[in-house]
Design a protein around this ligand. Structure first.
Ligand SMILES: *Cc1c(COP(=O)(O)O)cnc(C)c1O
Length: 246
């Protein structure tokens, strides 16, 4: 009996992680093929929030070397506990200014940048530490008040101001689509980010860096790829349903 992809069993063993990863990679390739894209240009960022160390180690053994986390303390504890592994740590959730020091110390990537104050603090700490950080600027494409991110109209000015912070390496834009079953609406959300990137590439190529697009999660990564995603952030389809009880 097969399990629906949005409610997979919880993966525990290396073998289970291999299977889950193979299925997601297969879906990524299929989505890319539908729009004549090369699947090699799409990066899978597994999202491991709430998943404990033992299971992350099994996932690592199965080939997961990047971990997306949305809480700094949790991510830092895992990065320290797994310092023996060659893992890449990505913070994908909003950051408070009192957590910028920690992020500068251990993270490789921050995907939810939408405040200059945070950018400035990160840049200062990174320079003190002799480190750099890959960043994605978060954009609110759905217009929902509860979502973080800049309004699309604010992005150009923000990118302009970011140029001063040279310890931050801009990789592109990140977004989350509205949570809905309406595929057309989800596609429209992703298209807003792609069109914004394309427009900036045309008019202000010096601002947009590689112009990556981090968009798509378990429920919508295949649509996101069809709409141009270069990074998909997938948690549940790899690790299984999250346990928030602990
Ligand atoms: C949790 C999370 C994801 C992954 O969600 P799934 O639905 O489990 O794939 C992706 N992006 C962000 C910003 C998240 O917080």
């Amino acid at each position: 009996m097969s399990t629906p992809e949005n409610q997979p069993d919880v993966a525990v063993t290396e073998e289970q992680f291999r299977e889950a990863l193979a299925e997601v990679q297969h879906n990524i390739a299929a989505a890319a093929a539908r729009v004549d894209r090369d699947p090699a240009e799409i990066r899978l960022l597994p999202v491991s929030k709430t998943v404990p160390e033992a299971r992350l180690r099994a996932a690592y053994a199965a080939g997961v070397t990047q971990f997306g986390e949305n809480k700094v303390q949790e991510a830092e504890a895992k990065a320290q506990a797994m310092a023996d592994l060659d893992a890449h740590w990505a913070i994908i959730g909003p950051l408070q200014s009192n957590k910028t020091r920690e992020v500068a110390e251990f993270a490789h990537e921050f995907q939810a940048l939408d405040r200059l104050r945070i950018a400035r603090r990160l840049d200062t700490h990174l320079k003190e530490l002799g480190r750099t950080l890959e960043v994605y600027v978060q954009v609110n494409v759905s217009g929902e008040e509860a979502k973080s991110g800049l309004h699309p109209n604010e992005v150009e000015d923000f990118l302009e101001e970011l140029r001063e912070f040279d310890a931050l390496h801009l990789k592109g834009l990140m977004t989350m689509a509205v949570h809905t079953d309406d595929e057309q609406l989800i596609r429209q959300n992703f298209a807003i980010l792609r069109e914004l990137r394309d427009e900036l590439r045309k008019r202000r190529p010096e601002l947009i860096g590689e112009g990556g697009l981090s968009m798509g999660m378990t429920n919508d990564y295949q649509l996101a790829i069809e709409e141009g995603a270069t990074v998909v952030r997938v948690g549940t389809a790899i690790f299984g349903a999250r346990d928030y009880s602990k």
